[in-house]
Design a protein around this ligand. Structure first.
Ligand code: 5AD
Ligand code: SF4
Length: 427
């Protein structure tokens, strides 16, 4: 069967789509990049916010016309939404196959049937032994753990992705080495809470030390870290390891202690500020990015202002800003004082505006400095320029050709737009 896969949501879903592609290809199916050629269309979905779900449902509605032209065409929904909605998707949206996050190995068998649903959870499933089909020519996502035990009160993830489980360290090391040998020199380790990685006697800092010794790769990043679990040992390893980039993604969520407590985040703003301080002292030029939310139930204007103050104080390089979205069965969905939609929206705008100004300043501060760019592609704007990322996770463009893709180049920053650094080459 020719299958086409469309991915929504986080990097974990991108990695899962690579996993699913590999599972299907091993079973003899063929991945196509043009939806018109597909005999099976797979939507890998996200449930984290209602908006993400509505987008996929809209896409499914748009693509369903293909079934009237080609009655043989099959549509599958996999990922978090498949897990959350299960059979309801078949009944209400006419999907052929629904496959949850722990059942991807059963996809080849399922698609032999007319229709089917597989959404049982399996808290032991780690998909060890399957080598994902990495889609990028330069960078790789490598899953090191699956699931989450934190139960932040707004979050659907622990319900759909089940309990935390870490992949065997030796397999992670092998996979990273393999990626490097294939030319994927920039590795991002993935897990809902990478800081709680634990396999036999190997914790996350130990894993990082071992990965740092792999010759075939240039760079290591990891997402996502949880402020409650970020240890001094990790900061030490980051400071000491040449391949670990000077960047951390550390979701703050809120700058107000009462809201943080209601979110079940298990840290205070003071704890967060202390980590930021330690990171910046240990690692000069450390870039910090974050996720922040507004409109959590009970968030007063004062509480919201605490978040803005925290953003001002911390000066994030970038922040993914969200407005709270109520998720069925999570604790927060049943809290009193839900914030009206128009207030959530208005606060989100203020948050995004503030972050835009801060990011602009952060990028401008780079002008004049030397950066190392890992080239990922040709620039979209110029045939003589290439685009890549600095070690601190900023997009940068400099002069170059196709041959530079997958290599490191040095540049001096000459200009910034607030989301891209313009550089001149330095040999
Ligand atoms: N509403 C809005 N944002 C959410 N996130 C998680 N759950 C929700 C929700 N119910 C955000 C958090 C998380 C990021 C991946 O998505 O900020 O860090
Ligand atoms: Fe959701 Fe919190 Fe787990 Fe992140 S740490 S996936 S926000 S429950």
């Amino acid at each position: 069967m020719k299958f086409y896969i469309e991915t929504y949501g986080c990097q974990m879903n991108i990695a899962d789509s690579e996993l699913v592609s590999s599972i299907l290809m091993e079973a003899g199916h063929q991945l196509v990049s043009n939806i018109d050629e597909a005999e099976l269309i797979i939507f890998n979905t996200c449930s984290v916010r209602e908006h993400a779900e509505n987008r996929v449902l809209g896409r499914i509605a748009t693509e369903k016309y293909r079934k009237t032209i080609n009655p043989e065409l099959k549509i599958a929904v996999i990922g978090c939404m498949a897990q959350r909605m299960g059979k309801r998707l078949i009944e209400n949206y006419g999907i052929d196959y629904i496959v949850g996050v722990d059942k991807y190995l059963e996809l080849p068998e399922l698609i032999q049937q007319e229709k089917g649903v597989k959404t049982e959870t399996d808290n032991l499933q780690t998909y060890t032994g399957i080598m994902p089909l990495h889609q990028s020519q330069t960078c790789a996502y490598v899953t090191i753990m699956r699931g989450c035990n934190n139960f932040c009160s707004y979050c659907i993830v622990p319900y759909v992705r089940g309990r935390e489980r870490s992949l065997p360290a030796e397999l992670i090391l092998e996979e990273v080495k393999r990626c490097g040998e294939m030319g994927l020199k920039d590795i991002t380790l993935l897990g809902q809470n990478v800081n709680s990685y634990s396999y036999q006697d190997i914790n996350f800092p130990k894993l990082l030390r071992q990965l740092n010794d792999i010759d075939s790769i240039y760079r290591i990043r990891f997402i996502t870290s949880h402020p409650k679990d970020l240890s001094d040992e990790l900061i030490e390893v980051m400071a000491e390891s040449s391949k670990i980039c000077e960047h951390i993604h550390l979701p703050l969520q809120s700058g107000d202690n009462d809201i943080l407590a209601a979110m079940n985040r298990n840290y205070t703003i003071e704890h967060y500020l202390n980590i930021v301080d330690k990171l910046r002292k240990a690692i000069p030029d450390m870039a910090i990015t974050t996720d922040i939310m507004t409109g959590f139930p009970g968030e007063s204007e004062t509480a919201f202002n605490h978040t803005l103050q925290a953003m001002q104080e911390i000066q994030f390089d970038y922040a993914f800003c969200f407005k709270y979205s109520s998720r069925e069965n999570t604790k927060a969905a049943y809290l009193p004082d839900q914030v009206p939609e128009e207030i959530r929206l208005e606060r989100l705008k203020r948050m995004v505006n503030l972050q835009r100004q801060i990011s602009l300043k952060k990028y401008e501060a780079k002008i004049g400095s030397e950066v190392e760019v890992y080239v990922e592609s040709m620039s979209k704007k110029s045939a003589h320029q290439v685009s890549g990322k600095t070690r601190d996770f900023k997009i940068a463009v400099l002069d170059g050709t196709e041959q530079d893709i997958g290599t490191l180049k040095k540049g001096i920053v000459t200009g910034s737009t607030g989301n891209t650094l313009q550089c001149v080459n330095r040999s």
